[in-house]
Design a protein around this ligand. Structure first.
Ligand code: DGP
Ligand code: NA
Ligand code: NA
Length: 213
């Protein structure tokens, strides 16, 4: 006898956003594990990708480590180019029923570029043709709290002053339907809440087409 599983529609597109040191990566990975335990086919993607074999990834890594300099608009387009490069494979995975948990997406692009003084509308226009997430989780942490987590690293954006600007930019772009998680709470509690939200979204979005931003 074969036991047939409940038929599934498309996968859910779930994005985690937040400042450096907000715990996004830890929570993304916990969410992937939690969903898989619920038999939800799930893949983890992170932006920026840093695979040195890929020319866009290498250009981004060199920029983040300050090996190279780029004009702010050019940098914005470079990060957006990588998301654009991934667009068709992400859409194919979602259509095939795979849920995607994505560590940073267009909102990082917009927030980090706004922190350099670029115009919000210009920044979002570049991202407008990319698929829109079903759920955006914002890991809320202030730059003060983030700094208490052992200081920032050595990459381009990891300074107190810049993180303060990114924080303000996230406040300006945060949408009402984002799920805000207090990053300073117990990680296991955060993970539990995120898994519940993800399962709920998955139920709701299966019958809906994926939209553009
Ligand atoms: P992470 O690997 O998550 O620590 O991200 C690396 C850094 O890159 C982090 O400081 C945030 C930044 N970043 C991520 N996406 C974008 C983007 O689209 N545009 C810009 N300017 N920075 C980004
Ligand atoms: Na970082
Ligand atoms: Na991270």
């Amino acid at each position: 006898m074969t036991i047939s599983k409940k038929p599934r529609g498309r996968g859910a597109f779930i994005v985690l956003e937040g400042l450096d040191r907000s715990g996004k990566t830890t929570q993304s990975q916990a969410l992937v594990e939690g969903l898989r335990k619920h038999d939800v086919p799930t893949e983890f993607i992170r932006f920026p990708d840093r695979n040195p074999e890929n020319p866009l990834s290498k250009a981004i890594s060199d920029y983040l480590s300050s090996k190279t300099e780029l004009d702010a608009m050019t940098a914005h387009l470079l990060f957006a180019a990588q998301r654009t490069e991934m667009r068709s494979s992400m859409e194919a995975l979602l259509a095939a029923g795979t849920t995607l948990v994505v560590d940073r997406y267009s909102y990082s692009g917009i927030a980090y570029s706004m922190a350099k003084g670029l115009d919000k509308q210009w920044c979002s226009n570049v991202e407008a043709y990319l698929p829109k997430p079903d759920l955006v989780v914002y890991m809320e942490i202030t730059p003060d709290q983030a700094a208490l987590r052992g200081g920032f690293g050595e990459e381009r954006y990891e300074t107190r002053l810049f993180q303060e600007k990114v924080y303000q930019a996230y406040q300006a772009i945060k949408e009402d339907n984002w799920k805000v998680a207090a990053a300073t709470e117990n990680p296991a509690e955060i993970a539990k809440g995120l898994l519940e939200s993800a399962l709920q979204i998955l139920d709701q979005c299966q019958a809906l087409p994926l939209s553009r931003q």
